[in-house]
Design a protein around this ligand. Structure first.
Ligand code: SF4
Length: 382
């Protein structure tokens, strides 16, 4: 990038001016990682200070049986396949109850698109989870699943959402977004929910008072311009509804074991530098979203900690088990972190940990960095 353009972009960021598509592409084109990180950290600090949010949650996948075969997904199984499973409602409740003593505040529930489970299963499982764990927020279903429920229930998304909200739904999840540009999407997504329906469903959820996350799966066959386009579509929708609470870039994980379900397995994964660049540019472009989250399971703890200085201000989470893309990961990334692990990671990165709930309300602000820990090198998990 020439010095003139670099100065121009810098001035725009410091003046709080909105960046354009061309600006986003130019930022990705820069190899000056420290410069990008400095800009993103300026924006992040202005908006969120030195706080790093986290929540204590559990991911629950009710079924891995799925009619679709998305190219990046090692989680899906076809009916009758070895290790295909579908939880009975009692089993889901029992599993959730096991986690209760660790103080979870949220259940994050996403599933395959099961070919024969009846629609009534889904509100019923929410209602029973809510009855069993009344203080735990239910963040459930991607827009893809809601779109699928429309088809299997013959109800409108409006009626589907009302039924799920009555049963205890507090937020949708942000998945199913991947990369919206059809040039890429046609090669990686095998279900029928694309930008038009994904945005329609989130818009509707926002109109009902739900605040939802938005994701982007990057580091596979897309180019930086597709990431820019993806964020700008979301930014425009956010201008309209204000209902997105967090943006979550998710690094594609190729399959170390060569699972043929993951048809992108020969793709290399995004490098640490590309990860940090993606977080920084996302923070700079997405000027109307409060939070950028690093789902550490897909980045590893070291990169997750570094991303806190490249625009991220939220870590998910105290995950006990995560499957959808993690099945692909043979790189030793842990699947479990406790509250204490997260506190140490955030403090060691130089930030103040703040525990939040699903709606990003502050629950507890903890002490900030522990200088005494700096005297001795601390072990890292991954
Ligand atoms: S990403 Fe979701 S919809 Fe696609 S194959 Fe996997 S479980 Fe099914």
């Amino acid at each position: 990038m020439d010095a003139g353009l670099q100065r121009e972009l810098e001035q725009k960021v410091y003046a709080g001016e909105r960046l354009s598509y061309a600006d986003g592409v130019a930022l990705y084109d820069s190899d000056d990682l420290a410069w990008l990180g400095g800009l993103a950290h300026h924006v992040r600090t202005k908006r969120n200070g030195d706080r790093v949010l986290f929540n204590v949650n559990r991911h629950l996948n009710l079924t891995n049986v799925c009619t679709a075969s998305c190219a990046y997904c090692s989680f899906q199984r076809k009916p009758g396949e070895k290790d295909a499973y579908t939880m009975r409602i009692e089993e889901a409740v029992r599993l959730a109850k096991v986690m209760e003593p660790s103080g979870i505040t949220e259940l994050h529930i996403v599933n395959g698109l099961h070919p024969t489970l009846p629609w009534k299963y889904y509100p019923k499982v929410l209602a029973e989870l809510k009855a069993a764990l009344p203080n735990v927020a239910l963040k459930a279903f991607t827009a893809t699943e809601i779109h699928y429920f429309e088809r299997i229930s013959k109800l409108s998304a409006n009626e589907v959402l009302d039924t799920l909200i009555d049963a205890g739904l507090e937020s949708l999840t942000g998945g199913g977004a991947e990369i919206f540009d059809w040039e890429v999407r046609q090669h990686i997504v095998d279900h029928q929910t694309h930008w038009e329906d994904w945005s329609r469903i989130h818009r509707l959820a926002h109109s009902k008072g739900l605040r939802t996350p938005a994701t982007m799966l990057y580091g596979h066959i897309e180019h930086p311009r597709h990431r820019v386009d993806h964020v700008l579509r979301l930014r425009e929708l956010q201008d309209e509804t204000g209902g997105f609470v967090v943006f979550i870039p998710l690094r594609f994980q190729h399959d170390a074991d060569g699972d043929p379900r993951n048809r992108l397995m020969t793709q290399p994964m995004a490098t640490g530098a590309e990860v940090l660049k993606t977080f920084a540019v996302s923070r700079l472009l997405f000027d109307n979203i409060d939070h950028i989250k690093n789902f550490w399971v897909m980045h590893g703890l070291t990169t997750a900690a570094l991303s806190l200085s490249f625009g991220a201000d939220d870590l998910d989470g105290s995950v006990v088990e995560y499957k959808i893309t993690h099945d692909a990961d043979g790189f030793g990334t842990p699947t479990t972190m406790t509250r204490e692990d997260l506190l140490a990671l955030i403090r060691d990165a130089g930030f103040t940990p703040v525990e939040r709930d699903t709606r990003y309300r502050v629950l507890t602000t903890y002490d900030g960095p522990d200088r005494a820990r700096r005297d001795v090198p601390q072990p890292i998990s991954a």
